[in-house]
Write a protein that binds this ligand. Structure first.
Ligand code: MN
Length: 254
């Protein structure tokens, strides 16, 4: 199996090495990852600037350090590493969760999204580290992926659909199991913090505190709190089909 790996935490991130070690057991791995952290860049792509790619190696795999976004990395990686195409795109393992609405900000998820746009089965993987500075438990992620990658690869494939996997950042023994669940709602409060620079000018930090909506059983945001690995199928068809059905006739007959 021909595998391309990317991430948004940068080519030196521990999670990238974890994913490379896992993927090597399932096929030939090539890596294209950003030269620096690009978290929360979503599906950005470089359009007006050249993209540089420096060849290197990660966990013994041919790799390119790319001065671009995860989307750029997937396209550079496919062109340089797998010009005939590949069978699987993996993105991660991200330092931090990509649950609920995080999915829309995530560069990690965008890497898998770009794989899906290229017609390749793609999986984004994240460690759900909720507290800054808490142990990331990448070993849990590595073990879970080693034991469950085949299970993910056996799942039915659907054009334009990719998988978003979140793994609780706890000891492996604490993992309750794995659930396939829908994308929940993850809302942040106190999103913007105002501070002052040494010259008295205001500046702003974005971050915020997550507010849990308790009524989200069978959604990723709830299952991860119960200790489950969550697998959420995400489609690139952003059309709200239920709404379309409900509102189309009404709108067009006005
Ligand atoms: Mn990240």
């Amino acid at each position: 199996m021909r595998i391309l790996i990317t991430n948004d935490d940068g080519i030196r991130a521990e999670g990238l090495r974890v994913l490379a070690r896992v993927a090597k057991q399932f096929g030939e791995v090539k890596i294209a990852a950003p030269d620096r952290e690009r978290s929360a860049c979503s599906h950005a792509m470089t359009l007006r600037d050249p993209i540089r790619a420096v060849e290197t190696a990660v966990e013994g795999c041919q790799a390119w350090e790319v001065d671009g976004f995860p989307v750029d990395c997937v396209n550079v990686g496919l062109e340089l590493g797998w010009p005939e195409g590949c069978d699987l795109v993996l993105s991660g393992v991200n330092y931090g969760p990509n649950l609920g609405f995080d999915t829309t900000y995530s560069g990690t998820v965008a890497g898998a999204m770009e794989g899906a746009i290229n017609g390749i089965f793609s999986i984004a993987v994240s460690m759900a580290i909720f507290v800054s500075g808490a142990p990331p438990h990448f070993a849990t992620g590595e073990q879970w992926l080693c034991e469950n990658m085949e299970r993910l690869l056996r799942l039915p494939r659907k054009r334009l659909t990719f998988l978003n996997v979140n793994i609780p950042a706890i000891a492996f023994d604490g993992i309750a199991g794995a659930k396939m669940v829908g994308m929940g709602e993850r809302v942040y409060e106190e999103r913007l913090v105002q501070r002052e620079d040494p010259w008295g000018r205001p500046y702003y930090w974005q971050g915020g505190v997550v507010v849990m909506n308790e009524e989200q059983a069978e959604k990723d945001v709830a299952a991860i709190n119960d200790g489950y690995v969550t697998v959420t199928p995400v489609t690139l068809d952003w059309t709200d089909h239920a709404y379309l059905e409900e509102a189309q006739r009404e709108f067009e007959e006005q």
